[in-house]
Design a protein around this ligand. Sequence first.
Ligand SMILES: Nc1ncnc2c1ncn2[C@@H]1O[C@H](COP(=O)(O)OP(=O)(O)OP(=O)(O)O)[C@@H](O)[C@H]1O
Ligand SMILES: [Mg+2]
Length: 457
Amino acid sequence: MRGTLAGRITLVCLAVAGVAVIVAGLVAARLIRTTADNVLQSSLSAQADVVATQLDETGIGNRLGVGKVADVVRGQGISVVVRRAGGGQALGEAVAVQAAGKLGLGADHSGRVTVGGSQYLVETRVVGTRGAAFALVLPARNAEATQRALVRNIALALGIGLLVAALAGFVSGRLLGRPLRRAAAAAGALRAGRRDVRVPVQGPREVAEVAGSLNSLADALAVSEARQRDFLLSVSHELRTPLTAVTGFAEAIADGVASGDDAVRAGQTIQREAVRLERLVTDLLELARLGADEFRLDVTSLDLGALVRDCAEVWQLRCAREDVELRVSAPSSPVLVVADARRLRQVVDGLAENALRVTPSGAPMVFSLSVSASEASLSVRDGGPGLAPEDYPVAFERGVLNARYRDRRPVGSGIGLALVHGLVTRMGGTLTAGPAPEGGAAFTMTFPLAPAGPRGR
Ligand SMILES: Nc1ncnc2c1ncn2[C@@H]1O[C@H](COP(=O)(O)OP(=O)(O)OP(=O)(O)O)[C@@H](O)[C@H]1O
Ligand SMILES: [Mg+2]
């Protein structure tokens, strides 16, 4: 209980209430005691004044007169001391006489004296001019009863105060603790792997801040995990085509389909594709080391014509196996653009994978490079079923076309076009989709021509 927020707040409330009641009680006790004393003294004084009007010098000398007065006040615990006119002994109860003597009967006095360890309130009055006087003496212990009642009341107040404080502390502790407990539960769910948990941002500002921070943490976790997932998807996507090529060419050699010069060229292609794979793996290692989740771009001035011919070399075999005719058209002079050659290969691979998957045997697949005054355009076209007009605007949104065609055609994982589009855009080019004259789809990337470098002259 002491460790919980509710427990602590309850304890603090109890302590505050206890201290407040005790301090208030002490102050009140002092105040009430002096007030009670003053009230007693002034009532005694008033009584003495009344008695003074009732008694004259003869009355004081007269036992009967004094006896009447003494009877009236004795009921209230007051003793009467008298001194007759002409001086002489003061008469009355011994203690009262002593108390009166301490204050002195020579004049009108009002005061408090101590006799034998007890306190007495004393009022003296002089009657007439010949030394007659009397005193009213009241033991101060009458005030103690009042004090005892006071202490009882303070104890009662203390009890009620503590009870209310305990209740208030417990309730406010529970109220404050509830959102915190909710936040803790949400954090537990996050740790267990759930990413959809959100805590309502409400309550006192500090508590709301905790909830807000927790929600942002959940958002950040979800985003970073999504990026990691995307990255893994793109990596596996990019490893796939070179691996297929290596397998295909190796099979061709092993089966004896490629022999002589063909086998040599197949071996060279395998080697080149293996180097690409190795570079991809190096990239991965580098990314892991840097903690990044996007491939670095190495943009240089490169010859798109040579790149198209390289691609054709690799895709020739796969097309041949599917009985698809691969047509390549590219100007023989260099076509220089600024881009990353390896990423461009990934782009062509992604588009060619899509095209070959849907192109029926006997139909063509085309790599076509054309150059205008300021731009170079590389198209991957096919003679397959193509896309519907409403497909083009959403072609590069991840998974959309894949979902549309999943039931009708062979499809992959649905991220290829989005990846390809992202790469082309990052390299400063544009990628568009449209119908192909061969009957299928045409995907065209366009790059501005690079200013002719040493290779171009
Ligand atoms: N040339 C094309 N002709 C006809 N349909 C195409 C063509 N290219 C893409 N598509 C359609 O668009 C969908 C999305 O292509 P995308 O490359 O994004 O994903 P995918 O090929 O299904 O999977 P992944 O590339 O991740 O293996 C494909 O599934 C296919 O239905
Ligand atoms: Mg694809």
